[in-house]
Design a protein around this ligand. Structure first.
Ligand code: AHN
Ligand code: ZN
Length: 335
């Protein structure tokens, strides 16, 4: 049988495994609730974790956002409208990609730009689609059922929706482009009999990397959010990010530590993950890091909920959303 670990081995560089163990142990330790610099001086808005949570909830309420489905189309329009309502210039990039089984699928990358004239820009991204297969579910009967993707998808988007709301209340000094990639999570399933192919993941970012929404597009750097809402989540310095943009990783992790979120943003090296940031780096040539919950000590390398029906709202914790959102606001308003 092709177990869950099989998929992991190809998506994580084994050479890094030896170094990641300290980051891996889920301590369940909290202590990140401490508040932030926002109240000292009103130099930036603060991040509402309640609001971000409600944005995650709103996406999940559509049902699984599987490309090609009505729920997916409805959520796309909802997301575009959210950012328009909160002061962004929004474009929806349409494209097509081929799935692992040869089928063609339409994709929609959603791009919301703040302060479009600014030359100094930061790109923030997440994937907004959800996986059509719970192929890591403990119950094999669920393997072909779609997932809510509350954490895997909706959490990163929820944080970015709340950041957009914050940007509309107080414009940051830099321009910000929020890019929501489609078709990240239709990668080759565990139950597929054919050969494993790494490039079946991240189809929306691969499309965008070859066809950026403006040319030339030269933000200073990008930050990808993936699985940023689980209770007790810890983020390690992920390997692809450390290869292409170690200085950005250090800046973000230092910012988090300064705000008191060092228990969540661990000063530890993590494994390499094939995620949207890989194609932002290699195709668009923009240095981009990934904030991703990655835990090689768990069964599949991410969390026990990963690609299971358990990735639902029970898997979302405001404290984790808060640590990530505050860190990003501090980062952006200091640029
Ligand atoms: C692989 O499993 C190859 N990469 C993880 C990317 C991912 C899937 N992120 C969320 N779902
Ligand atoms: Zn996934």
């Amino acid at each position: 049988m092709r177990g869950a670990r099989h998929g992991l081995l190809v998506c994580v560089a084994a050479t890094f495994l030896a170094t990641v163990c300290a980051c891996a142990s889920p301590t369940g330790k909290r202590g990140d609730e401490g508040s932030t610099a926002a109240t000292e001086e009103q130099k930036r808005p603060s991040f509402s974790a309640d609001s971000a949570y409600s944005y995650v909830e709103a996406q999940v309420a559509f049902g699984p956002r599987v490309p090609g489905s009505e729920e997916h189309a409805q959520c796309r329009d909802f997301l575009a409208e959210h950012f328009r309502h909160h002061g962004a210039e929004v474009t929806v990039q349409e494209g097509e990609a081929r799935l692992y089984d040869g089928r063609e699928m339409k994709l929609y990358n959603i791009i919301a730009s703040y302060n479009k004239e600014a030359v100094r820009r930061v790109m923030l991204c997440a994937h907004w689609d959800s996986r059509p297969y719970a192929d890591s579910d403990p119950d094999e009967a669920n393997h072909k059922r779609p997932i809510d993707g509350a954490n895997d998808g909706a959490s990163g988007v929820g944080v970015l929706m709340e950041l957009g709301r914050a940007f509309s209340t107080q414009q940051p000094g830099v321009g910000v482009d929020i890019i929501l990639f489609d078709l990240e999570d239709w990668g080759i399933p565990e139950f597929y009999e054919g050969n494993y192919k790494e490039d079946t993941w991240c189809l929306g970012s691969q499309y965008w990397g070859r066809n950026t929404h403006v040319t030339p597009y030269r933000p200073m750097y990008g930050v990808l959010l993936d699985m940023v809402g689980a209770p007790g989540a810890q983020f390690c310095k992920e390997g692809v990010s450390m290869h292409f943009a170690p200085d950005i990783v250090d800046k973000v992790w230092r910012t988090a530590a300064d705000l008191g979120f060092g228990q969540t943003f661990r000063d530890q090296r993590g494994g390499m993950v094939t995620d949207d940031h890989l194609y932002v780096n290699t195709l668009a040539k923009i240095p981009c890091i990934d904030i991703i919950q990655y835990n090689p000590m768990s069964e599949n390398g991410f969390g026990d909920y990963w690609h299971t029906l358990g990735d639902n709202m029970n898997n979302i914790d405001r404290n984790t959303l808060h640590a990530v959102g505050e860190t990003l606001l501090e980062l952006i308003y200091n640029e």
